[in-house]
Design a binder for this molecule. Sequence first.
Ligand code: FE2
Length: 118
Amino acid sequence: MRVKLAEIARACQTDPASAVSQLQAIHKQVLHHSVEEEARVIRVILQRLKPESAESVRIMQEHRWVVEFLERTLAGLQTEAPEKVREEVLKFVQDLRSHFEEEEKEVFPLALRASQAK
Ligand SMILES: [Fe+2]
């Protein structure tokens, strides 16, 4: 996924339309990631470490703008000027990277701890 995002960011510089198609190609994979995490990761956290869950719940709620971008914004970008496409796609890639970082820093360690809690 990270490699793919780097590729998309690069494509943005030279061919924003291709960056949009590449994002469309990973659309399903990204949605699957969201659903999977919400179902499994958050469930174990809420079951076992609920008092510590607020930050993780907030990070999971970021999936809303991820889905919103992929399901709405992206389709509209196909008819936009290349500069606008570049700007929007680069912002999305950057935000998604920060989201993954937050998950790695906060959500996954907590989920691991929750899964080991008695
Ligand atoms: Fe996520």
